[in-house]
Design a protein around this ligand. Structure first.
Ligand code: MN
Length: 489
């Protein structure tokens, strides 16, 4: 059983493989005598979770956390045990995954759900690997959902559709999002799923024949005439997103109006090759007027997706979507945040880092993902209809701000750098010289907004905090600290 995981670890060094083996033995022991609904020993589930994580090429700490992710919950192990055996990084991740599992995210969007979602974002912001491990866990649970009783199935499928699939999308993990949605779709709308499965078979077949013809013609040109190294694939649209598209008013169930039932995907080595390939495609097949080319390389989607999409008249005048991207972009489109993490391990010492101040460096990629999460919570906040329905305002009055290291802090609206300083460290109040927000100097009464990166510039020696700060600070902790300096009550 364990051999399959080992087979995936060719990118991990020997000392870490030893640790992974140890984690497997530890997990097996702690789940001894437990079984999954499928009848398999419980350890099969954590192994499958770890295998998914290894396929995403994440680091050893993530794989170990995958193996241990249910030991606190079901295996009567404490966080302290894990810390002693595997160190605090692993303990933090396992504890985070356990906490996320406890948050009730299912069902309707009540104030409680949103509050929990907010907590989820905070847990994730501490270390994004928490959510990657959680997504791997959920993916395996969805793959084996058929073994659970009907009522449980529906609830888990709904939670997957409402929370985890959008989460995967936010993380830029297109392939994971697609699989989660398809699995949830199957259990939530059984009849629709089966119907579409039958109908789509025919359509997939027809489209794939067209794609084959195009592939032959294009390969000949790209490789032989222009010397561009490339791969060309036909890519089937995920069944849930096909269902959604067919449901659009303008399409109304008409397959011939869906142009990417099977899309043609060209993978090349460099960005320049992408544009060269685009030219060659248009030479062979005329672009469809007014449908346009989307250049997500020049202008990536907010979740980081990059690719060129164009719609052309293929064989038989059938409209076909062509997607062109580099191998790198492809890896990122499929595995998003995970591939960033895998990359950042290797790159973190040089290119990926930006110096914000001496001694503190920020991994830009990581910070981008955290900011994306903030944008998500902004959207939740902006959804007026939803807010009206639940009359819940806790979200609209909170700001998420970041330290230069990417740690996230939750501050009330109107909070200033002084509030921030009091929240991050007990003693910092005595060393405030000035403050920067997003790299620019600001006044100490500057109002912070969500997504700001706040940095306190410290003095060498202690400075008496200014009594006047009481006029603008908003957090209780800042008021209390400043008052105590002046013995005010
Ligand atoms: Mn699990």
């Amino acid at each position: 059983m364990f051999a399959k995981l080992i087979g995936l670890l060719d990118y991990i060094d020997e000392p870490n493989i030893k640790k992974i083996k140890k984690a497997y033995e530890f997990s097996k022991l702690s789940h001894d005598g437990q079984f999954r609904a499928s009848g398999e020993p419980y350890v099969c589930h954590v192994l499958a979770t770890a295998e998914i994580i290894a396929k995403w090429k994440l680091d050893a700490v993530s794989i170990i956390s995958g193996l241990l992710h249910d030991t606190i919950e079901d295996g009567a192990v404490t966080r302290k045990d894990i810390e002693e055996e595997f160190g605090d990084e692993v303990a933090l991740l396992v504890d985070g995954v356990t906490k996320v599992s406890h948050l009730k995210l299912k069902g309707t969007r009540t104030d409680k759900t949103i509050e929990n979602l907010r907590k989820l974002i905070l847990v994730m912001a501490k270390d994004l690997r928490v959510v990657l491990v959680k997504l791997a866990d959920r993916l395996h649970n969805m793959r084996t959902l058929k073994y659970l009783p009907e009522t449980k199935r529906k609830a888990i499928a709904r939670e997957t559709m409402e929370i985890y699939a959008p989460l995967a999308e936010r993380m830029g993990m297109g392939e994971v999002k697609g699989e989660l949605e398809d699995l949830a779709f199957k259990f939530l709308f059984e009849k629709e799923y089966q119907d579409l499965l039958k109908k789509s078979r025919q359509e997939y077949k027809k489209s794939e024949e067209h794609i084959k013809k195009m592939k032959r013609a294009l390969l000949l040109d790209l490789v032989q005439k222009f010397d561009i190294i490339c791969e060309i694939h036909g890519r089937r649209k995920h069944i849930y997103s096909l269902w959604k598209k067919l449901g659009r008013k303008s399409i109304d169930g008409d397959f011939s109006k869906v142009h990417d039932v099977v899309a043609l995907r060209i993978l090349v080595e460099t960005k320049n090759d992408c544009y060269a390939a685009l030219g060659i495609v248009h030479e062979h097949y005329k672009p469809v007027p007014n449908m346009g080319i989307s250049d997500f390389i020049a202008q990536p989607k907010p979740n980081g997706y990059r690719s060129i999409h164009t719609k052309v008249f293929g064989p038989g005048n059938r409209v076909v979507e062509v997607q062109i991207r580099t191998y790198d972009m492809h890896q990122q489109a499929e595995y998003g945040a995970a591939s960033h993490w895998a990359y950042s391990e290797a790159k973190s010492k040089d290119a990926g880092n930006t110096k914000l101040e001496a001694g503190v460096s920020v991994d830009e990629n990581k910070l981008e993902w955290v900011k994306e999460l903030v944008r998500w919570q902004e959207e939740l906040k902006d959804s007026e209809k939803f807010l009206e329905a639940v009359k819940f305002d806790a979200l609209s009055h909170r700001n998420f701000v970041f330290s230069p290291k990417g740690d996230v802090y939750d501050l009330p609206s109107g909070a200033t750098p002084i509030d921030f300083a009091c929240v991050i460290h007990t003693d910092l109040l005595w060393y405030i010289k000035s403050a920067k927000v997003n790299g620019n100097m600001v006044a100490l009464d500057h109002e912070l907004s969500s997504g700001d990166v706040v940095e306190i510039l410290k003095s060498k020696n202690r400075i008496l905090p200014n009594k006047g700060w009481l006029d603008f600070v908003v957090t209780q902790v800042a008021k209390r600290k400043i008052r105590s300096v002046y013995n005010l009550t």
